[in-house]
Design a protein around this ligand. Structure first.
Ligand code: UGA
Length: 437
């Protein structure tokens, strides 16, 4: 059992802190935001993440998880302190590390004994070196704060399971002592542990997210070619995926990757590579393809409608992916913005993300069912593959829409079946079969 302090109760901090408590550690999650901390103390969570709330309650009740607004108290009560604060993108694409720096300072000042300070936030390579230098300057003589890196690979929507059943655990350390502490922290989790230097650990995170982003852009590029030649991207992905060296996952063509991680991490990786003297052309290509993909969907919609002015567009799905209410870099935001700019009426439905979208776009009509969003719509745009959309009563949808146009940015329906039902159906990299096999 380790005594742990988690600085930052955003998405990563809250999931990591709660799950570390679940595997037997004693965790204090700290945040400056008092209302967030009182919400958490009351057993409620400020984000939508399946399975997390019951774990927060269970571990709080068991005395393994607590919440505080005082970094200093929590640091003094802990052996391991995680930095899980925001690293938002800057205008130049680089990561803003000011919260990481501030957290480092606070921990250095508060520590009164040996403390392991672990980067959990996604940071560019060489951040650990900067933290170490800052610690050297600030650490008090009676304390020694050592830095380590332990990147996270959680996906929103499945974060609890990803934490408890990870593919691997990466530990970037400078000493055997730090390695032993980190191994002890994770001893109840069965997964390969890769121990490395801190620079490599930081690179593993950026390299992994960027690789997955490239995989998505690759299949989206293939999808564009499929559209031009009448091939089926789902079949191409299936055929590629059986090759164990390639694998089928993250080869789902769609409207481009979004979320709080891939767009930000790809930009930050391009930027840090530039700073260390490498022009990361392949990653720049992946980012450009991702932007194209969003425009491609809007272009298809426009082609189907001719103009957007005075048209009613129903949007199904707002979050950047299913099982989350996270709207950060959600393609639906770009879609709504363009449609409103071009004077379309927008109706929208999402099972959990509408409240957040209301704050960004108050003039959109938010509907309490997908059918209400489709009612009298001139076109329906599917932007998130929530499971309930694939179970829609399409006959009913067809009856209530003004036209029969569906733009499916997530390939949830079969184009041949949709054509048979009489829809003008456009999806990504697939067209109706010219003949039945
Ligand atoms: C991603 C990584 O998958 C996690 O391993 C990582 O820990 C996390 O970022 C992070 O750095 O914090 P996440 O952003 O939650 O997780 O979501 P993903 O499931 O990876 O999806 C990212 C985007 O790619 C979504 O917009 C999704 O719709 C899109 N995507 C994903 C596709 O378009 N096609 C695919 O085949 C897979």
């Amino acid at each position: 059992m380790k005594r742990v302090c988690m600085v930052g109760t955003g998405y990563v901090g809250l999931v990591t802190g709660t799950c570390l408590a679940e595997v037997g550690n004693k965790v204090i999650c700290v945040d400056k935001d008092e209302s967030k901390i009182s919400t958490l103390k009351a057993g409620k969570i400020p984000i939508y993440e399946p399975g997390l709330e019951p774990l927060v309650r269970k571990n709080s009740k068991a005395g393994r998880l607590s919440f505080s607004t005082s970094v200093a108290d929590a640091v003094r009560a802990s052996e391991i302190v995680f930095i899980a604060v925001n690293t938002p993108p800057q205008k130049d694409g680089g990561a803003d590390l000011s919260f990481v720096e501030a957290c480092t300072r606070e921990v250095a000042r508060a520590a009164n004994k040996y403390t392991l300070l672990v980067e959990k936030s996604t940071v560019p390579v060489k951040t650990g070196e900067r933290i170490r230098k800052t610690l050297e300057v600030l650490s008090q003589s009676k304390s020694f704060v050592e830095v380590a890196s332990n990147p996270e690979f959680l996906r929103e929507g499945t974060a609890v399971n990803d934490f408890l059943n990870p593919d691997r655990i990466i530990i970037g350390v400078q000493s055997k002592k730090a390695e032993a502490m980190m191994r002890d922290l994770y001893k109840k989790i069965k997964a390969p542990i890769i121990v490395t230097d801190i620079n490599s650990a930081e690179l593993i995170k950026h390299a992994s997210n960027s690789f997955l982003a490239m995989k998505i852009s690759y299949i989206n590029a293939i999808a564009q070619i499929c559209e031009k030649v009448g091939a089926d991207v789902e079949k191409v992905a299936e055929g590629m995926g059986y090759d164990k060296r390639i694998g089928r996952s993250f080869l789902n063509a769609g409207i481009g990757y979004g979320g709080s991680c891939f767009p930000k991490d790809v930009s930050a990786f391009i930027k840090i590579s530039e700073e260390v003297g490498y022009d990361f052309k392949i990653l720049k290509g992946a980012a450009a393809v991702n932007e194209d993909q969003k425009s491609h969907v809007l272009k298809t919609l426009k082609e189907a409608l001719w103009t957007f002015k005075d048209k009613t567009i129903g949007i199904l799905g707002l979050s950047f992916k299913p099982e989350t209410d996270d709207l950060r870099n959600a393609p639906a935001i770009d879609f709504i913005q363009t449609l409103l700019d071009e004077q379309a009426q927008v109706k929208a439905y999402d099972p959990v993300a509408m409240e957040k979208m209301k704050q960004l776009f108050p003039t959109v009509e938010y509907c309490d069912s997908p059918y209400k969003a489709a009612q009298k719509a001139d076109a329906l745009l599917i932007a998130t593959e929530w499971k309930e959309f694939s179970q829609l009563d399409l006959k009913r949808i067809k009856k209530i829409m003004n036209t029969n146009i569906i733009i499916d940015g997530r390939n949830i329906f079969d184009p041949t079946a949709m054509k048979k039902m009489g829809f003008t159906y456009h999806c990504i990299g697939r067209s109706p079969k010219a003949f039945e096999n």
